[in-house]
Ligand binder design. Structure first.
Ligand code: SF4
Ligand code: SF4
Length: 108
């Protein structure tokens, strides 16, 4: 039986960026932000930040503008789903990988 002291212990999780590891190589979709629709940007005010609040990997950085760390974003799409202004859309990652390869080939 739990002691009286244990009854008051509650679960508490601290979000750590990159719980899913470095996802830069396996993410299937990439979040793209339309800053013209993003409330903090539009109002120039610290507000909303639901994407930051709900991102399971802590990869959204609050600020004006908000930023997403693609090194650790796993492409789950939660941020796009919770965004009240539809400022985030998910795009297929492959197209970015291909275009980055083309740019790299042009440089070489
Ligand atoms: S898709 Fe959005 S919610 Fe999911 S890990 Fe990336 S930034 Fe976070
Ligand atoms: S949830 Fe949408 S509107 Fe709110 S801060 Fe994030 S991107 Fe901007």
């Amino acid at each position: 039986m739990a002691s009286k002291k244990d009854q008051f212990i509650s679960a508490c999780a601290t979000l750590a960026k990159g719980e899913a590891g470095n996802t830069g190589e396996w993410r299937a979709k990439r979040p793209i932000i339309d800053l013209s629709k993003c409330t903090p940007c539009k109002k120039q005010k610290d507000t909303c930040y639901l994407c930051w609040l709900y991102c399971p990997d802590g990869t959204v950085k609050r600020g004006i503008p908000i930023e997403i760390d693609l090194q650790y974003c796993k492409g789950c799409g939660v941020c796009a789903q919770v965004c009240p202004t539809k400022a985030i859309r998910m795009e297929v990652e492959e197209q970015f990988v291909l275009s980055e390869c083309v740019i790299q080939e042009e440089v070489e």
